[in-house]
Design a protein around this ligand. Structure first.
Ligand SMILES: C[S@@+](CC[C@H](N)C(=O)[O-])C[C@H]1O[C@@H](n2cnc3c(N)ncnc32)[C@H](O)[C@@H]1O
Ligand code: SF4
Ligand code: SF4
Length: 297
């Protein structure tokens, strides 16, 4: 086991998104407390309310949960699910751009200290908040990095909002990439286990993703290359084929361990990574009713 692996062995033993062997044994709950985002990815369409109910993808949640409701919400779910070990914040916007994320983490630290706290971010604010996350007992941070070349990143994200200014195109892309690199290094120094999410968009970053793996190989624990779900300003692009996904993962694996079991979960997902079916079977009725009940407040 190399140094990086042993540093995070305590996490990989229990986190289903850092260890594929656990994905059907240990569950996670995403708390949809963070609606706003500070960058504009061309593939990202966030949806809330009833229109989200039939969608199984990132960026959707039936309701935004208020931090004040988190404790009751979790107590209720934890009574029904005995396999949960991870509580995460995965948007539906950017976790670090919403003060509710930090309020929620404080509640988790005080009321649910035994749960692994996890969040996902585009990384723009990670240099600023890495220490605060470590102080709040967060153990795992997913950072989405789709390119490390501003020319490529500018084709994926239209603008960023940073320190009071909107920075467009390559100018914004450069700042985003610099902050992602600095933020992931800081997170590593504060003992946070980082997973790099990378959206595979065949025509844009297919050949380039291996550079992302190379750039982060000493600081991130695992990379999760996920296929583009063509939508919003990328609705006319195609989804990568299975062979393309495997090929890009195989190339990147030379530099970073690959996670291959991602379900591209909703921002309000709860249970095992495949839990939707389990709940349907257990309850004998469809999950939407379950969602409505638990996401209403
Ligand atoms: C909705 S984001 C929320 C967390 C944070 N803002 C981020 O970008 O990491 C969660 C994940 O969903 C991915 N995602 C969003 N829309 C997608 C799409 N259309 N196809 C594939 N992945 C997508 C993002 O790239 C990110 O890795
Ligand atoms: S950073 Fe995350 S939430 Fe924001 S636009 Fe990109 S994918 Fe969507
Ligand atoms: S989206 Fe992927 S990495 Fe995140 S909880 Fe679901 S399976 Fe795990």
């Amino acid at each position: 086991m190399n140094q990086k692996m042993s540093k995070f062995a305590h996490i990989t033993k229990v986190h289903p998104c850092y260890n594929e062997k656990l994905h059907d044994k240990i569950g996670r709950i995403h708390l949809p407390v963070a609606p706003k985002c500070n960058i504009a990815c061309r593939f990202c369409k966030r949806s809330l309310g009833d229109e989200s109910l039939c969608e199984e993808r990132p960026g959707v949640a039936h309701h935004i949960l208020k931090p004040a409701d988190v404790e009751d919400y979790l107590n209720d779910l934890l009574k029904k699910m005995d396999n949960i070990k991870v509580i995460g914040i995965a948007g539906p916007g950017d976790s670090l751009f919403n003060k509710e994320t930090f309020e929620t983490l404080e509640i988790l630290q005080e009321k649910f200290p035994e749960m692994i706290r996890c969040l996902s971010t585009n990384g723009l604010l990670l240099p600023k908040y890495a220490k605060r996350l470590a102080d709040l007992g967060v153990k795992t941070v997913t950072t989405t990095v789709n390119a490390v070349d501003p020319k490529i990143q500018a084709q994926i994200c239209d603008w960023i909002y940073y320190e009071g200014k909107v920075l467009k195109g390559e100018e914004g892309a450069k700042v985003l990439i610099e902050n992602q690199i600095e933020g992931v290094k800081k997170a590593y120094e504060y003992d946070l286990a980082v997973k790099i999410n990378t959206v595979l968009i065949p025509e844009i970053n297919g050949e380039h993703i291996v550079e992302v793996a190379k750039t982060f190989k000493d600081y991130a624990f695992v990379q999760n290359i996920i296929p583009l779900i063509p939508m919003y300003k990328m609705e006319n692009l195609r989804r990568p084929t299975c062979d393309e996904i495997s090929g890009v993962r195989d190339n990147s694996e030379e530099f970073m361990t690959q996670f291959r079991a991602c379900q591209q979960c909703r921002a309000d997902a709860a249970g095992l990574l495949h839990q939707k079916n389990h709940i349907e079977q257990e309850k004998g009725k469809n999950l939407d009713i379950y969602d409505l009940k638990h996401f209403s407040h």
